[in-house]
Design a protein around this ligand. Structure first.
Ligand SMILES: Nc1ncnc2c1ncn2[C@@H]1O[C@H](COP(=O)(O)OP(=O)(O)O)[C@@H](O)[C@H]1O
Ligand SMILES: O=C(O)[C@@H](COP(=O)(O)O)OP(=O)(O)O
Length: 311
């Protein structure tokens, strides 16, 4: 009721709350369902114009969703109409766990936050934070590699041979192992509680994460990569402009970071995890959304979901 006094906008009502109609929010749901951002805003404006034309002052969320759905159908957006509805049921019914891996600098945190915002998942956890927690519980004497970066961990290996081609990857693996304990702990907790989370970072290496998680349909693995060394280096330059992370450290270790990148890609291919080239943010997000939505679409069909239930 309070909004009626402070805005001329149509009020959208739900069971527990009400809010003024927002073209931006609707456009976001539509882009999540696969519509181009430019088209989504125009479409949302069209829905608002229809509501105004009908002189509506209030509309329930249920009716609004129904209008959007049928308007999508009548404008030849059948695919988007189905996806628009499906995602709502997914988050209501399932815990969604998305694991975004990739070597340092390929964009895992950027893409994880974009995905979270589009999908309405409120929790994003970086594996570097998990690593920090693990450092508090495992002493440096026991696992010195954990106290290094992923690309400097080789230095903490005992009796290493600098000519060993595999040295950097051995260090990386030993660095990742203890962090996996924390990653798997968070996944277990989310599955038990039915909550959703996106975990991102260089410690998400599909082949190192227990097989049992690969068999759970609502745990989704995504790997990001950059094939162009030049573009990858430029990402560190861009990041250094907006954060305190020293550019030199990443450029000096770039060859090792690039080795780790190739290793994660190879490992992902071997475990049938999609590998996405993160050149443009919007294309990467769209590709990830398609993978996630298709996976749950199949799950939903297997469970005999009915569209009518949603609208
Ligand atoms: N698709 C993209 N296009 C342009 N810049 C990007 C893209 N993805 C990430 N970035 C930028 O690249 C830098 C590194 O990304 P970040 O997400 O911090 O990487 P990571 O978490 O994998 O180390 C950041 O400055 C980020 O804004
Ligand atoms: O170990 C690593 O590769 C990076 C991971 O962080 P992202 O670059 O992936 O954010 O952490 P660092 O020790 O450089 O702070």
């Amino acid at each position: 009721m309070i909004f009626d006094k402070i805005t001329d906008k149509i009020i959208v009502t739900a069971k527990d709350y009400e809010m003024p109609f927002s073209k931006g929010l609707l456009a976001r749901s539509l882009t999540t369902a696969g519509m181009k951002p430019s088209e989504a805003y125009i479409f949302a404006r069209g829905i608002e114009a229809d509501l105004n034309h009908d002189s509506l002052k209030r509309i329930s969320k249920y009716e609004l969703r129904q209008r959007v759905y049928y308007s999508l159908i009548s404008n030849d957006y059948e695919d988007i109409a189905e996806k628009y509805l499906i995602w709502r049921r997914i988050l209501k019914k399932h815990s969604v766990i998305i694991l975004v891996g990739g070597a340092s600098g390929v964009g895992t945190s950027t893409i994880a936050f974009e995905l979270a915002s589009r999908l309405g998942i409120s929790s994003v956890i970086g594996t570097d934070s998990i690593r920090e927690v693990m450092r508090r519980s495992i002493s440096k004497d026991v696992v010195p590699m954990l106290y290094e970066s992923s690309y400097t961990a080789w230095r903490a290996l005992r009796n290493y041979d600098e000519d060993d081609d595999d040295l950097y990857i051995q260090g990386f693996i030993r660095h990742v192992e203890p962090v996996l304990l924390g990653i798997e702990g968070i996944i277990d907790r989310c599955l038990t509680e039915g909550t959703s989370v996106i975990i991102e970072g260089t410690h998400i290496v599909p082949g190192m994460i227990s097989d049992k998680y690969h068999d759970i349909p609502n745990v989704i693995f995504l790997t990001l990569t950059l094939s162009s060394e030049n573009v990858h280096k430029k990402r560190f330059i861009a990041r250094a402009k907006v954060s305190d992370r020293p550019l030199e450290r990443y450029l000096e270790n770039f060859e090792i970071i690039n080795n780790i990148n190739k290793y994660i890609v190879k490992d992902s291919n071997a475990h049938i995890v999609p590998v996405i080239e993160n050149v443009s943010i919007s294309d990467t997000v769209q590709e990830c959304l398609e993978i996630v939505t298709n996976k749950f679409n199949t799950l939903d069909e297997e469970e005999g979901g009915e569209i009518e239930e949603l609208i």
